[in-house]
Design a protein around this ligand. Structure first.
Ligand SMILES: [Mg+2]
Length: 366
């Protein structure tokens, strides 16, 4: 099988509810999501989606996708998309970094491999589980607003809540207290600072709330700073932004820097590399949040196959991004029910992308 054509589309999404705000004064009301379609000489097509969280969150931005695909596309046409490791080796050889661009190609190749073999991607990634539980991200706001949001999403079935903190420590202490005051036994609260605290600020928060039951996620920007906080905090530590791949995971594990890691598919470069990091975590006994930076139906399907092929005892949580946006690109994409997401069972990503909604391609290579 050979790749004959690659098309990249960009579709604007708007958030269904209020703006999504997190540390550092970041706030977004919508996204430009990039949808890749790979066509083959055997009539099979593969889709993927990459949607950076604005341009200030990680080393990725929507306008980088067209340039990256224009650069890699001509070298990918003619290649066998089912030889995914060879595709990854070629991409790494021809383009340094830009993991999010490579992720779009890698996921679409997995979609084709699944269709070619008649198997859902989850089966190919290790075995398909029926479903898994989700967390809900709670946009940064006033303590009262965030507590209200937790209660509302609790009513929709979520039992895990990731609070966006990482600003003024006094405000953040009040935010965490407000959320903890409305959850029930068995619920899980994660205070995600998204690198927003300096160590002295993080220490104020964890000391003020030292006896409370919650997780701290990525308090500071660097591994060294997070380690300094961890040494003096009682709460379990989740690392996210610094987990950029297998090497970063090994370094963090070597320093016993975390109890849980957050693996984002496009940050590490696609499902192939995300699986490598995940499998390492399974071996090392590290629990995981498995997700991506943002996305819609296609990203949510990719997450479902990834999280839904992971050992349930090591899956800490995951995300249904398609419930945050107003745009659906696949009517049969998995949708949450009672805080859980079902893993598609049809071949590949197991969804039908509505191509009429994609508009004109912004890059086409044939
Ligand atoms: Mg995080």
């Amino acid at each position: 099988m050979r790749i004959t054509r690659i098309d990249l589309y960009q579709v604007p999404y708007h958030l269904s509810q209020r703006d999504y705000a997190w540390s550092g004064g970041h706030s977004v009301s919508g996204f430009l999501s990039s949808i890749l379609k790979i066509t083959t000489d055997e009539g099979l097509t593969g889709f993927s989606e990459v949607c950076p969280l604005g341009s200030g969150y990680m080393e990725a931005f929507a306008a980088g996708l067209p340039g990256g695909i224009a650069e890699l596309g001509p070298q990918l046409v003619g290649q066998d998309p089912t030889r995914i490791r060879a595709i990854n080796a070629l991409m790494d050889n021809r383009l340094g970094g830009h993991n999010y661009v490579k992720s779009s190609v890698d996921i679409a190749c997995w979609d084709i491999l699944g269709k070619a073999t008649g198997q859902p991607i989850a089966t190919l990634l290790g075995g398909r589980n029926e479903d898994f539980h989700l967390y809900r991200a709670i946009s940064q706001g006033t303590p009262e607003q965030m507590a209200e949001d937790v209660l509302a999403y609790r009513g929709e079935g979520y039992r895990r809540f990731q609070l966006k903190v990482g600003s003024n420590p006094d405000d953040d202490i009040a935010r965490i207290q407000a959320a903890l005051s409305v959850v029930q036994p068995g619920d899980v609260v994660i205070a995600d600072a998204n690198t927003g605290w300096l160590p002295h600020q993080a220490l104020r928060v964890v000391h003020a709330l030292r006896d409370r039951d919650y997780y701290v996620e990525q308090p500071c920007a660097t591994l060294a700073e997070c380690l300094a906080v961890r040494a003096r905090a009682l709460q379990p530590m989740v690392l996210d932004e610094v987990i950029t791949g297998a090497a970063a995971l090994i370094q963090a594990y070597d320093q016993r820097a975390m109890d849980v890691v957050n693996i984002k598919i496009s940050r590490v470069g696609g499902l192939t590399k995300a699986k490598q990091v995940r499998d390492l975590c399974e071996t090392l006994g590290i629990a995981m949040t498995l997700e991506d930076s943002w996305g819609g139906d296609i990203t949510t399907a990719a997450i479902a196959h990834f999280a839904g092929s992971t050992r349930p005892d090591l899956l800490f949580s995951s995300t249904d991004f398609n419930s945050y946006n107003d745009t659906s690109l696949a009517h049969d994409a998995p949708r949450r029910q009672n805080g859980r997401l079902r893993v598609p069972s049809a071949p590949g990503l197991g969804i039908t992308v509505d191509e009429a909604k994609l508009g004109q391609a912004v890059v086409s290579v044939a």
